[in-house]
Write a new protein. Structure first.
Length: 417
């Protein structure tokens, strides 16, 4: 009798036993990405989970500039005829477009995400000499790997940590962003104003965005002051009377003055960080001013590293076809160690393959159950005992008496129930 072919499946090597279901077209990496990032245009742009804050930042930039173009620019063109007035307005348009491009480059690109390992590294692959001297048996991850190991940077020993989520030893200056759920190379901070992590690949764009926004605020502030001065000279009146005649100029003067303190202070702080070759994360956590900074190359070389060094290519090709381990799966770990009834009705299991739900009917459910049993060496009779050790491996203890539970098994059942 002909039976329909079973869906392709794969048992993963992670701590959770999973059956991979793949009955559709191949998925791309961005479609099965395990971080919290948002992708648009088929994975060509990657944003943080708080991408909506980007619209707030755009409005804070564009709203005052549009008011300036509509209500203040006309007065400047009339006050400075024969070209200069029109030129300053055109420059403000170009400057604003430049800032928006920098904002999109900062927010819509890969900040330096380290790809996750599909499986944790083996202890045998670790260099024993690089393990921290203060590591003890209690300081280990769930996989038995040491939590830290030593790396030498410019003659100074630096500890790097093992990331339980990404299953890798983070490179120096790398940190795991709890908001995006990714390890980011040369992690500076997660900026809520751009909705993205700031790391090795977009720090230059971020600093240029902040510093350029500071200059734009100063530029609009000065032009609004010139417009007020022009109204005073034209009407031979006081400052307050001139502000009454051009209220938008007064509003923009106050707004840009306040914003200048914020973005100007941020620019000054990052100039200090660049000059000492620190990140925001390192400055607040490690305080290198109290000890030797292994990354400080000197004032000039520190600036060259940020502004003159080539931006590395992304480690991730989000549009590439995802490997089978990246596909979302049916988690069957909950079925291990408990009896699965064949009389259960049809049940739908959530899968992440393009947002679809794969329905497992009674016949397919029986096949899945038999495959789970064959994988763990489990018998449907329920005459086996499972012990979960510290390494998350199943130890199968067969009973000795036919289809009846053994004495140890019966004792265990009595204790549990």
């Amino acid at each position: 009798m002909f039976s329909p072919p079973l869906p392709r499946h794969h048992i993963s090597h992670s701590n959770k036993r999973q059956i991979i279901v793949d009955d559709g077209p191949p998925l791309r990496l961005y479609q099965v990405w395990k971080g919290r990032n948002k992708f648009i245009f088929g994975g060509r742009f990657i944003f943080g989970p708080d991408v909506r804050s980007l619209f707030l930042t755009l409005s804070l930039i564009l709203a005052p500039v549009i008011l300036f173009w509509v209500f203040v620019a006309k007065g400047l063109i009339n006050a400075f005829p024969h070209g200069p007035g029109l030129l300053v307005v055109v420059l403000s348009v170009i400057f604003t477009a430049y800032i928006i491009i920098l904002l999109l480059l900062t927010s819509g690109g890969d900040p330096g995400i380290i790809p996750r390992n599909p499986h944790p590294p083996e202890i045998e692959d670790c260099d024993i000499s690089s393990l921290s001297t203060d590591w003890a048996g209690s300081q280990s991850s769930a996989t038995g790997l040491p939590l830290t190991k030593n790396v030498t940077i410019n003659g100074i020993v630096v500890k790097v940590k093992y990331c339980q989520t990404c299953m890798l030893y983070r490179p120096p200056r790398c940190s795991h962003c709890s908001i995006c759920n990714n390890c980011v190379e040369r992690f500076d901070h997660h900026c809520p104003w751009v909705g993205q992590c700031i790391g090795k690949r977009n720090y230059r764009y971020f600093f240029m965005f902040v510093s350029s926004t500071t200059l734009l605020c100063v530029y609009v502030l000065v032009l609004c002051l010139l417009n007020v001065k022009s109204v005073m000279d034209k009407n031979n009146c006081s400052v307050w009377r001139a502000v009454e005649k051009s209220p938008i100029s007064g509003i923009l003067i106050i707004y840009t003055f306040v914003v200048c303190w914020f973005v100007g202070g941020l620019t000054t702080f990052h100039l200090y960080l660049i000059s000492t070759n620190q990140t925001t994360y390192e400055n607040f956590r490690y305080q290198y001013d109290r000890k030797m900074n292994p990354y400080n190359l000197g004032f000039v070389r520190n600036f060259k590293e940020v502004f003159c060094a080539k931006i590395p290519s992304s480690r991730n090709n989000f549009r590439a076809i995802a490997k089978i381990d990246s596909y979302a799966s049916i988690d069957v770990s909950s079925y291990l160690g408990q009896t699965i009834s064949s009389e259960m009705p049809n049940r739908a299991f959530d899968t992440e393959t393009g947002g679809k739900r794969q329905t497992v009917d009674a016949d397919e459910f029986e096949d899945i159950r038999s495959q789970v049993g064959s994988f763990g060496g489990l018998e449907r009779c329920g005459t086996q005992r499972h012990d979960w050790d510290q390494r998350s491996n199943w130890d199968i203890m067969p009973c000795d008496i036919g289809n009846e539970p053994c004495v140890k098994h019966r004792e265990k059942i009595n204790v549990e129930h």
